[in-house]
Design a protein around this ligand. Sequence first.
Ligand code: ARG
Length: 460
Amino acid sequence: MATTDKPWAGRFTEATDAFVEAFTASVEFDQALAMHDIDGSIAHATMLAEVGVLTREECTSITEGLAKIRQQIQTNEFEWSVALEDVHMNIENALTLEIGDVGKKLHTGRSRNDQVATDVRLYLRAQIDEIASQQHRLATALLDLAEREAGTIMPGFTHLQVAQPVTFGHHLMAWYAMLERDIERLQDCRKRVNVMPLGAAALAGTSYPIDRARTAALLGFDRVAENSLDAVSDRDFAIEFAATVSLGMMHYSRWSEEMVLWTSAQFGFIELPDRFCTGSSIMPQKKNPDVPELVRGKTGRSFGHLMSLLTLMKGQPLAYNKDNQEDKEPLFDLVRTYHDCTMAFADMVPAIEARSDNMRAAAMSGFSTATDLADYLVRKGMPFRDAHEAVGKVVAEAIAANCDISELPLTKLLSSNLVTDDVYDVLTVEGSVAARSHAGGTAPDTVRAAVSAARARLSP
Ligand code: ARG
């Protein structure tokens, strides 16, 4: 080596500027890829031996050396060097120190460009699987809670004004519908993550007789990237992941907002156990819903990362550019954020306690069964628009009398003879929800059926 111990320094006549060295290094954060880098290298060396580019002995010595390095990293004995720039060169350098010159053969037929793209995909695939298992916990918790609360009456809102009675189970199944799409989206994203760039080398492929399908099989990739230029430059999978996470976080943020409202004294719909809340350093009476608030707050950073990644890519010519090193920190933070928020909800949801008396009382306020009265009149032959207007007048009566429409005497409900005693059945909140028993409706039995259908769809 000419002036430094950098593996690429052959043509250089002066050492890297100290600031530039630190500025261009990524090892501080990309060491998170170390285990995947080693897995990739072992598969690459194995394939090289199978096609005769390395001897069996060379391959064995490389894989044994890498196993030792893996252990040093796992036990925190490995010394990372900024001068060696990134995780790839740190490990390769350590390998050569460990096993001698044979270590220098590992990089045959590959480049850091296809290596890093492979490592990031292996990392993301593993993380997606971790997140998926938290999603599964959350899905199960939501279904259990929805089943338990299938018959609990609460107000449904539009414009945050009481609109019509619904069941709490139905509301939770609306959350579930969002989560189910998030689960699907993550699995769909995984398909495009699980594609192997290795073999593209720097950008144009390699002149060695590599067997990419074999390396892909060893690493559990579904297929190999078709085009070498695209393989080293493509970060669509990271952007897709960021978009998937952003949508999922947007959902969590909406749930969080509802939890924050519901735990307030004004709503009093649910109680979160103390272990998910914190107090105030000055107001002794306070119990704050910090976990949902923080989840709502963390949504911002995932949207930011999505924007960063899109912007990172937008001006890049083919093929690899150093810009791509900037993909890692957003990606790592997206993974951690989404994983932890999913886990927080999976832990918290089973512990939600419904304060059903308050929910029911709120559903009774705001004339939430007015539509049911209109529907009743329609069933008795009145055109819907007329019924709408007639019920509007009934609501005005109730406001004047300061009571609910179900508390008005029959004579006040409508002067017409269309209204008989049976009207009170539809004016109760229980009657209102029970009447909505079509698919997708809020009736308790319909919610129970929706829960069991969802359970059947949720793969074990
Ligand atoms: N640390 C780099 C990255 O994260 C690895 C690839 C560098 N390749 C190169 N030719 N400079 O993208």
